[in-house]
Design a binder for this molecule. Structure first.
Ligand SMILES: C[S@@+](CC[C@H](N)C(=O)[O-])C[C@H]1O[C@@H](n2cnc3c(N)ncnc32)[C@H](O)[C@@H]1O
Length: 213
């Protein structure tokens, strides 16, 4: 256990994720390590909008399109991102069902599709839909970047991740930590090329694939 006090909400009254407050800087560092100074990023499952707000404020050269399927999230995101000129109005996007937004006025497609903490807190069908959708909307050479806890064959699962997996499955049997090998099979089917993974704090990973040039 950490002795540090839990992060405090940045804006009173708005939905707030302590986890997002803790992991926002490591995620920002990975996004910066992968993306050029000018980029257009489609974020899936933006949730509370904390990543959108933090990243867009830190990287004014990035155009950020937040999305989520949840009506509450679609109200929270614009409230949290108010005043950030590089954040587009939040759009409803059910990864499995809705048409994915294109990039207005540009033909090449998104520089990156980014999602944090989506594939384990949604049914498995979201993962193949995510891979297929990203392959459709990314620019050639564009990045699919995923953050969260994953199961890696041949590597021990941290006790905290095993407990988290059990708690997710108890909440919804369709949820649960995903095997990186299963994600890779879906990425292969979508024609996305594996780039690599970074170890993140608290037994999370940052995963990267690219649409071929
Ligand atoms: C655990 S939250 C993660 C939020 C944020 N990305 C973060 O890391 O703090 C999971 C999010 O996934 C969204 N979600 C679940 N199923 C989805 C789907 N089929 N399409 C789009 N978003 C979905 C939920 O509405 C929720 O906002």
């Amino acid at each position: 256990m950490s002795d540090r006090p839990p992060p405090q909400p940045d804006l009173p009254g708005l939905a707030f994720s302590e986890a997002a407050a803790r992991n926002r800087d490591p995620i920002l560092a990975q996004l910066r390590a992968h993306l050029p100074p000018e980029a257009a990023v489609l974020e899936l499952a933006s949730g509370t909008g904390q990543h959108a707000a933090h990243v867009a404020a830190a990287c004014p050269g990035w155009f950020w399109q937040p999305t989520d399927v949840d009506a509450g999230a679609l109200q929270t995101i614009p409230a949290r991102c108010a005043g950030l000129p590089n954040v587009a109005p939040a759009q409803r996007l059910d990864v499995c069902r809705d048409p994915w937004p294109g990039l207005e006025g540009q033909t090449g497609g998104w520089t990156a599709v980014f999602a944090a903490n989506l594939v384990h807190i949604s049914p498995w069908a979201v993962t193949p839909a995510l891979m297929q959708g990203a392959a459709r909307v990314l620019a050639p050479g564009g990045w699919l970047l995923l953050y969260g806890p994953f199961v890696v064959d041949g590597e021990p699962l941290a006790a905290s991740n095993a407990a988290f997996d059990a708690s997710l499955r108890a909440r919804d049997p369709a949820w649960g930590l995903r095997r990186l090998a299963d994600l890779q099979a879906q990425a292969d089917a979508a024609g996305l090329q594996w780039h690599g993974r970074q170890v993140m704090p608290a037994n999370n990973l940052f995963l990267a694939w690219r649409r071929p040039h």
